[in-house]
Design a protein around this ligand. Structure first.
Ligand SMILES: NC(=O)c1ccc[n+]([C@@H]2O[C@H](COP(=O)([O-])OP(=O)(O)OC[C@H]3O[C@@H](n4cnc5c(N)ncnc54)[C@H](OP(=O)(O)O)[C@@H]3O)[C@@H](O)[C@H]2O)c1
Length: 329
């Protein structure tokens, strides 16, 4: 297959290339795409060198699939042009996620909604992806009424500029800022811009995307999203209230059986998920599994995943794998 990676020089794009190679995705020809400023730059993939091209040049080469991670503006402008040329787009930006005509997909949860007619497929927000993979088996068995989530998100979620800001601050150097405040030795309770209701856009994404992916608007979700000075992945404290009572051992079994989830839950030996351990991995790690003793039918969990892998690149590649496997591209 001919695969275009749009945003190939960015954090997610770089991870995308690694994931394509590691999972042995059937790439016969790679088309790395970035902005005009990177045109001609060489990218190595599976021992071969490829030259970066612009989005227009990529369309002319007619790839089968284009994996986009080049920001909302690029997706809004170019995804329809790729789609019109018959190229299936899997888009990492937020541009198409809430469009009712576009599918929003986490393969372990709702890959079955995909058809050959879907030419622009949206990859959800990183913090939503890792949460819904964990919610899915629990909702099927015990029916979720409400979710309260607080996130502890890695600077890698903001892109190369943010990683550089953290490194500059650690080295005591002046440099470009991705955040309005110092991030090193700090916690910033704002991810993306504020909305009229006082929530941030990231928080509203978690709420709306969860309902869309789970295919159930009755699940009530509230979120507080927070940036912390870590690199390996996003962490989330998730409180879930179910319609029905549950057995805590059954919850652990359901999670251990869920595809894409690894349970790390052994408090006696101080074992729980941490971003430094999730870094570079494709799975979602869950631990600190315990009853919320303040309320009936309620559970507390700690969920960690590498936001650049399962939160972005891996999920997009898994969507492409599903399309290939089912003959939808
Ligand atoms: N980081 C995450 O955890 C995460 C998770 C999910 C989704 N996403 C989404 O993925 C996208 C990229 O994130 P990132 O963290 O990888 O950002 P990044 O490191 O800043 O990379 C941005 C990429 O987009 C390319 N680009 C910018 N303008 C372009 C244009 N006009 N035409 C073609 N390519 C263009 C850049 O190319 P140049 O090098 O030439 O500028 C670069 O390759 C964003 O939409 C983000 O919301 C990120």
């Amino acid at each position: 297959m001919k695969i275009a990676v749009v945003g190939a020089t960015g954090l997610v794009g770089t991870e995308m290339l690694k994931v394509l190679a590691e999972r042995n995705f059937p790439v016969d020809e790679l088309i790395p795409v970035a902005s005009e400023k990177s045109k001609g730059k060489e990218i190595e993939f599976k021992g071969k060198k490829y030259k970066v091209v612009t989005p227009d040049e990529a369309i002319a080469q007619k790839p089968d699939v284009a994996l986009f991670s080049a920001g909302g503006g690029t997706s809004t402008e170019y995804a329809p042009k790729f789609a019109e040329a018959g190229i299936t787009v899997v888009d990492n930006s937020s541009a198409w996620r809430m469009d009712p005509t576009k599918k929003l997909v986490v393969p372990e949860v709702n890959a079955h909604v995909l058809t050959a007619e879907d030419k622009i497929i949206a990859n959800p927000n990183c913090s939503t992806i890792q949460m819904v993979v964990v919610l899915k088996p629990l909702h099927e068995k015990y029916k979720i009424k409400r979710v309260v989530v607080s996130t502890y998100q890695s600077v890698t979620g903001t892109g190369v500029k943010a990683v550089q800001q953290l490194m500059d601050e650690r080295a005591g150097k002046e440099g470009e800022k991705a955040y309005p405040y110092t991030i090193d030795l700090n916690v910033i309770p704002q991810i993306d811009v504020f909305q009229e209701n006082g929530y941030t856009k990231e928080e509203m994404k978690m709420i709306k995307e969860t309902n869309k992916i789970m295919g159930d608007d009755s699940i009530r979700v509230t979120a507080t999203t927070v940036r912390i000075p870590v690199m390996g992945g996003h962490s989330e404290a998730v409180n879930i209230e179910f319609e029905n009572d549950f057995d805590i051992n059954d919850v652990k079994t359901l999670l251990a059986q869920q595809s894409g989830v690894v349970v790390v839950d052994d408090p006696a030996n101080l074992k729980y998920p941490m971003p430094k351990d999730a870094h570079g991995k494709d799975e979602v790690f869950v631990g600190r599994i315990r009853r919320d003793e303040s309320q009936d039918n309620s559970l507390n969990l700690w969920v960690v995943a590498d936001n650049l892998r399962k939160g972005a690149a891996t999920n997009a590649v898994q969507i492409a794998e599903y399309l290939v496997e089912k003959g939808l591209v």
